[in-house]
Design a protein around this ligand. Structure first.
Ligand code: FAD
Ligand code: SF4
Length: 525
């Protein structure tokens, strides 16, 4: 594809509709295109400087968003759709999305401004303010990308005593009819097969896993890479080796590859970790899903078809569908039901910043070095590393939940506010006091030892909380439990952990507190 964005069809002088397309809304079937008339309507896409700089972002994340936007714009132009595309390195760049919108309103006086509901409350507020200020209301249309509308989630959420993923997931499974028998029972006699999906790899390791496809940069992407190299040299993360899916065609190929090569083994080792293996049997489809290059329905249906054809087992397919129909829709519903106050929640009263080594990946802790290494190189870590290595460390350490979310937003290619915030602030940091998870995901180094091979190559010992070989996770785990002992007492799901803490006498607790203080001093130099 030519990189020439200057030859785009010109918008009409006076617009009926101005259709705002955001960087994470690259969905050709979006409601903004309904009844689109090239004679009267135009698209507006903006590489806003603020979006690239309000947080220092991973270079590959910047490349991904801008490259995907440019490809989408060129595809829309090929359909004959007029569009206004403001490049970050163009002649008239826009500092913010709002500024770009205000300029377009001034230049083209649209009768109507349409946008699919943004995935970030901050962006929605800014666009609304800009449009209202110019005397033009903003029409935020249902984002049809999702399987569950905001209204349907709100109906389910309202007045509910238990906000449990499992209840939501079962209701949606029944509604979709996925993996259901004719008499309305879950196929295989169970709603989930979690117990089959928690195996570690054992001494033989993960074995041979087909590498995921690479999408070598075309001229459009190469131009973006050059721009990011020049303008964002100080941004975190590596830029070399960028090979992410940036078009729908790429994303479809990545989906096909996952279904054929990794889905069959997705289930068994879903929670396992192995040194040097970034992807394992995970799909790596979250970026394409979140940019809206793929629809969750087609992704789930591809997995269901593999099951029907006997090409993937039930525990893998059910586990995969639950992540998308269940978790992904659930966290989005939580986000829109509780924002904007949700972002302020800090249920555990955590007050630390994110440790400095989280921005470089340089640490002697083998599990964190491996997880953070993948993040710095690829802008990716799989779920259990996010939750039980990086997330766990930040929670035990006491990082502010919103700071943890900002770190995540900065460095992961798939992070968008609606999905990062409930996962980070809620699930991993327990900052929402139990909305997303009924108990904190607190564990010592023993969990990481059980689920990975990391500890064997680490200078620390996961069993030790004190002494020169003390594992920082284990030290922080006990001090975390002690710090929040009274808070967690009413939570029956914390009973076992608190009972173990209760076995530690005053002297042992004091030694752990001293080890914790020494560790904190080490981490802040
Ligand atoms: P797979 O393991 O192959 O899973 C398949 C798909 O299921 C994913 O592509 C994703 O779309 C969906 N999914 C699975 N779990 C979740 C979940 N908890 N919430 C939403 N979708 C889910 N996911 C994001 O898309 N963006 C984020 O910013 C994000 N932040 C996270 C932060 C933390 C602390 C945690 C614990 C999880 C986060 N997740 C996030 C969820 C999940 O970890 C990622 O979706 C997943 O690791 C992406 O890799 P994958 O495509 O290989 O996923
Ligand atoms: Fe991580 Fe502790 Fe194991 Fe080292 S010993 S790899 S720090 S859990």
């Amino acid at each position: 594809m030519s990189a020439d964005l200057s030859a785009l069809p010109d918008p009409p002088q006076k617009l009926r509709r101005l259709c705002v397309v955001l960087g994470d809304q690259l969905d050709a079937e979006s409601a903004v295109f309904d009844a689109f008339d090239p004679a009267q309507d135009a698209l507006l896409l903006t590489e806003a400087a603020e979006e690239a700089t309000y947080l220092a972002q991973h270079k590959k994340r910047l490349v991904l968003f801008f490259a995907a936007m440019r490809h989408f714009a060129l595809e829309q132009a090929a359909l004959g759709r007029p569009l206004i595309y403001r490049r970050l390195d163009g002649a008239a760049p826009a500092a913010t999305l709002a500024e770009s919108l205000i300029r377009a309103i001034r230049d083209f006086d649209p009768e109507e401004i349409r946008v699919a509901q943004p995935g970030d409350h901050r962006v929605l507020t800014a666009l609304e303010a800009a449009a209202n200020g110019a005397g033009k209301p903003l029409l935020a249309l249902e984002d049809r990308h999702f399987l569950v509308s905001r209204a349907r989630f709100a109906d389910w959420f309202r007045g509910r005593k238990r906000i449990l993923l499992e209840d939501f997931y079962r209701a949606e499974r029944k509604r979709a009819g996925w993996l259901m028998t004719e008499d309305g029972q879950p196929v295989g006699g169970a709603w989930n097969f979690d117990k089959d999906n928690r195996k570690s790899f054992g001494a033989e390791g993960p074995g041979l896993i087909a590498p995921r496809p690479r999408f070598e940069p075309d001229p459009v992407t190469r131009e973006v890479i050059a721009m990011v190299r020049a303008r964002f040299a100080a941004a975190p993360g590596a830029i070399d080796g960028f090979a992410e899916a940036v078009t729908r065609a790429d994303a479809l190929q990545a989906l096909e590859d996952f279904i054929a090569n990794r889905l069959p083994r997705f289930g068994d080792h879903q929670d396992a970790m192995a040194t040097g293996h970034v992807t394992l049997n995970h799909s790596r489809l979250s970026t394409s899903l979140n940019l809206k290059l793929l629809h969750p329905r087609e992704v789930c249906e591809a997995a269901l078809a593999a099951y029907a054809a006997g090409r993937a087992p039930l525990n893998a397919v059910e586990g995969f569908v639950r992540q998308i129909l269940g978790w992904r829709e659930y966290v989005r519903g939580i986000y829109w039901s509780l924002m904007p106050a949700y972002a302020q929640r800090n249920g555990l009263g955590a007050g630390e910043t994110v440790p400095a080594f989280f921005w470089t990946g340089e640490t002697e802790m083998a599990c964190l070095a491996d997880g953070l290494g993948g993040v710095m190189r690829e802008g990716y870590a799989h779920h259990i590393q996010r939750l039980m290595v990086m997330g766990l460390f930040m929670m035990l350490y006491g990082a502010r939940p919103y700071a943890a979310h900002e770190w995540h937003m900065a460095l992961y290619l798939d992070a968008i506010d609606w999905v990062s915030l409930p996962n980070v602030l809620g699930m991993s940091q327990h900052g929402d006091e139990g909305v997303v998870g009924s108990k904190p995901y607190a564990a010592s180094g023993a969990y990481i030892d059980r689920m990975s091979d990391h500890c064997a190559g680490c200078p620390y010992d996961p069993k030790q909380a004190t002494g020169p070989k003390a594992c920082p996770f284990t030290t922080l785990y006990w001090s975390f439990l002690e710090r929040h002992e009274d808070r967690f007492k009413p939570n029956m799901r914390m009973r076992m952990q608190l009972a173990n803490l209760a076995r530690k006498d005053a002297e042992e607790r004091k030694t752990i507190r001293q080890a914790e203080a020494a560790l904190r001093r080490r981490l802040t130099v």
